[in-house]
Every structure is written in structure tokens, then in C-alpha cells.
Design a protein around this ligand. Structure first.
Ligand SMILES: *[C@@H]1O[C@H](CO)[C@@H](O)[C@H](O)[C@H]1NC(C)=O
Ligand SMILES: [Zn+2]
Length: 304
């Protein structure tokens, strides 16, 4: 493997350095602007994200409950950065771990960032905002290594719907936006002053979600992501969403939209999990992520 090239691509996808090499279409000035080619796996991959999540085409699954350990802890050392393609929060408390569900390993929270509008659509509806909670498989020492394995990363996606009542957790992120918004602030993290618990960004119903095998939605588009997109959406006002659009990615240029266009499913299996309402008879039944991959392979055989 060409490891040097690979690490460079991975570094940029994680927002560790600002590379002018890729961007989003300028939908503010041209709503029909085509999506630019990002190269590599972003163009050639067969397991890309985001996708449209359609309830009627999804397999129904009953996994064990997901366990979010310490997600209601107040974050003491959080910082926030404008990385030129999103607003990202880093340095979460140690020992915030996601496990259970169909996951075969423990996944540790690495960073949280936002997309405006949503990247995933549910039943073809695009929401105004999507939060991504990026987790690394504890088997792997860092994100660079994790992105080279199929089970390396879990991203939990939370979608927000338009409401008249402001979202308090999003509001506390917005409070810090002024300090990172200018182009001169790109890649210069600031400490988040007010406390935020990650669970404030999550809905009550954690047992209902779509899960599928996909990719990072920014270059390198590594196909190392188990996606968990929660079906319950949270409220946000359009005024709040507009605050994120003030982020500059270039001198005097605001990041009006930072969602990747929908990718083809290619016979992948999407499972709609509902672990909150499972009946007694299903109690002993658990499925692993390996089963999803197996089903995906079986489906491909059927359709070929
Ligand atoms: C990730 O871990 C590998 C293996 O331990 C190491 O070689 C590499 O330098 C690390 N990369 C980063 C960015 O820390
Ligand atoms: Zn993302």
C-alpha cells in the first residue's frame, strides 16, 4: 500500500490540516451547481456515504441496546475549530465509549462536527442540520490506522428538524462561533468556555436508528465507517442554522453549505433497528455487524 499518500489523504479528511484541494459546490450562487470531483475512493468507491435512508427498503433489525458510557459528563477541555469545511469539537473527556447494538468492539469518541444541511436524507427528506459524532475502534491506536479497517470508525448521526424553539445545546456551540468564524481563524482552535454534555446533542430514543456500512463523507472518503443514524430528530431554528453559514472557508467566502451529495447504495443492506420496542421473544437475539456485511454480500449475489 502507498502508505505515505494514504496518510496525507487521511489527515486532511480529519481536518487536521487545511488543504485547498477540495471543496463543496457553491449552492448559494448556483443551486444547480454540480458536485465537484474529489478524486480517489470518493469517485471510485462502492461503499460511499451519505445515502438516502428509506424505511420501506430497510431490513428490520432487533439488536441489543447501544450503550453510551459517560455521554452526560460535562466536557472540561473541549476546543472548537473552524477547519475550513466544518466546525469541529475535539478533546472530549477520556472514557466516553460507545458499545452494544450490532457493534463487535468498543468505540471511543474522537470528535464532533456539523453539516448544514443534512448529509443523510430520511425517506428523501433533507434536514437543515446533521451532527456527526466520530468514534474510533479501541483496537486501533489512532484515526489514521482506524480508517484503514472496515470496522475502524463508527459515526453517530443526529438530524435536526426546523422548529420555532431554539435548541439549547446548539445554542451553546453557536456562542463560541464568533471566535472561529473568520478565515484568519481557520485551524486555530479556541477553548469552549461553557460546558456542554454530548448527550445534550442526542435525542431520547437512542434505540431506533438506521445502520449500514459506508465511508467518511470528506476526502479520503475511506470506506471504514459503520454508520448509525438516529431516527428521532431534534429541533433547531433556521436562525440558529444560519449562524453556521457565517463560517469562512476562504477570504471573505462563507461556507453556505457543507453536505456531500447522495451516493449510490450499490446493493448494500440498510438495517432499521428498533431495540426499544422489542418483544420478549426476541430477547436473546443479537446480530453482529458481520451479519450485515454477510447479508450485503448475499444481496449482491442475488441481484447479479
Ligand atoms: C498512528 O499509529 C501508528 C501505529 O502506532 C503510528 O505509526 C502513526 O505514527 C500514528 N499516527 C498518528 C497521526 O499519530
Ligand atoms: Zn461529517
Amino acid at each position: 500500500m502507498h502508505f505515505v499518500t494514504f496518510s496525507i489523504l487521511v489527515c486532511c479528511s480529519l481536518g487536521l490540516s487545511w488543504a485547498a484541494g477540495w471543496n463543496y459546490p457553491d449552492l448559494e450562487n448556483n443551486k444547480d451547481a454540480p458536485f465537484p470531483s474529489w478524486g480517489g475512493l470518493c469517485d471510485s468507491g462502492k461503499r460511499q456515504s451519505p445515502i438516502n435512508l428509506e424505511a420501506k427498503w430497510a431490513l428490520k433489525g432487533k439488536f441489543d441496546k447501544l450503550k453510551f458510557k459517560n455521554y452526560d459528563d460535562e466536557q472540561k477541555n473541549l476546543d472548537m475549530v473552524n477547519n475550513g469545511h466544518s466546525v469541529q469539537m475535539n478533546h472530549f473527556n477520556d472514557d466516553m465509549v460507545l458499545q452494544g447494538g450490532g457493534l463487535g468492539h468498543e468505540y471511543e469518541l474522537e470528535q464532533i462536527h456539523l453539516h448544514w444541511w443534512s448529509e443523510h436524507t430520511i425517506n428523501s427528506v433533507r434536514y437543515p442540520l446533521e451532527v456527526h459524532m466520530v468514534h474510533r475502534n479501541r483496537l486501533y491506536p489512532n484515526m489514521t490506522v482506524a480508517t484503514s479497517f472496515k470496522d475502524g470508525i463508527v459515526v453517530v448521526g443526529v438530524l435536526f428538524h426546523v422548529s420555532n424553539s431554539p435548541n439549547a445545546a446548539i445554542g451553546s456551540i453557536i456562542k463560541n462561533l464568533d471566535d472561529v468564524q473568520a478565515y484568519s481563524r481557520v485551524n486555530k482552535p479556541v477553548t469552549v468556555a461553557n460546558s456542554l454534555a454530548v448527550s445534550d446533542l442526542m435525542p431520547q430514543t437512542l434505540g431506533s436508528y438506521y445502520t449500514y456500512a459506508g465511508s467518511l463523507t470528506t476526502p479520503s472518503c475511506a470506506e471504514s465507517v459503520i454508520w448509525i443514524v438516529l431516527t428521532e430528530t431534534l429541533p433547531v431554528t433556521l436562525e440558529q442554522v444560519n449562524e453556521f453559514k457565517k463560517i469562512e472557508y476562504s477570504s471573505g467566502k462563507q461556507l453556505y453549505n457543507n453536505y456531500r451529495f447522495l451516493q449510490t447504495i450499490n446493493n448494500r443492506v440498510v438495517v432499521l433497528v428498533d431495540s426499544d420496542h422489542r418483544t420478549g421473544g426476541a430477547a436473546g437475539r443479537t446480530a453482529s455487524f458481520g451479519l450485515i456485511l454477510l447479508l450485503a454480500m448475499a444481496a449482491q449475489k442475488l441481484f447479479l
